[in-house]
Design a protein around this ligand. Sequence first.
Ligand code: NAD
Length: 267
Amino acid sequence: MAFGLLKQKKGIIFGALDENSIAWHVAERAHAEGAQIVLTNAPVALRMGEIQDLAKRINAELIPADATSEEDLNALLEQSMEIFGGKIDFILHSIGMSLNVRKKRDYTDIKYEWMAKTFDISAISFHKLMQGAYKMDAMNEWGSILALSYIAAQRTFPDYSEMAESKSLLESFARSFGYHWAKKNNVRVNTISQSPTMTTAGSGVKGFQEFFNYSDKMSPLGNASAETCAAYCVSMFSDLTKMVTMQNLYHDGGFSNMGMSPDVLDM
Ligand SMILES: NC(=O)c1ccc[n+]([C@@H]2O[C@H](COP(=O)([O-])OP(=O)(O)OC[C@H]3O[C@@H](n4cnc5c(N)ncnc54)[C@H](O)[C@@H]3O)[C@@H](O)[C@H]2O)c1
């Protein structure tokens, strides 16, 4: 069911790779709620083709941008404003990648060159995006900027490796830049800390299926799906959440406040 929550709103969505991607669901839901969307992803992801089908279906322009490149990000912002015929109402940063995890380097044997690249892709890109938009004055009054995070920013999940620090940095950027955006033109900046979700990025983590099941049992409402995450993102882009800013918002079926659940003993 759609409520027209994003009627007249225009936004950029990063990170839709395939139909499992959280950003894919956000794009579909935002479209259903009346938003005009620009989709973006790394050039290599665009070549895989699936995102082109999504773009067609939701009538969105597709603009390649490597989120680590300030030049690409600034071009994306400029082109999006041209397409929209004005400024931007919302942005979703849904980007995560760890080189050390992907190349199976243990946390106690990290290659720092890769770690720096991981931070750049997964967290510093968020600052670069916000700084570019800030300097360009690209956001409409009462706009909303959102990034996706994970509870490993606060608690230790050993196999999440350097992505834990990436998410801590990401959340910190949301708080710090959130202040400047609020003062500039009432734009809010938040992170949503999502349950484990079966996606390309998620399932790259060692033992993901077992962990997914554990988390599902620990959460009294169960793991939150990509679809429900999309609904939450849409509410954060809508005018119903104007005074929420500089927050890390858990969307995890209650996991973050659990100590022990008897359900896990039955596993
Ligand atoms: N899947 C989970 O369990 C889970 C849980 C909590 C938070 N998250 C977060 O949600 C976000 C989306 O991940 P997902 O699970 O939908 O997986 P996904 O693999 O579908 O999405 C990750 C996206 O990042 C993009 N990306 C990677 N490098 C990039 C670059 N240099 N420039 C631009 N884009 C780049 C990929 O192309 C991909 O579209 C990530 O921030 C992830 O950490 C995921």
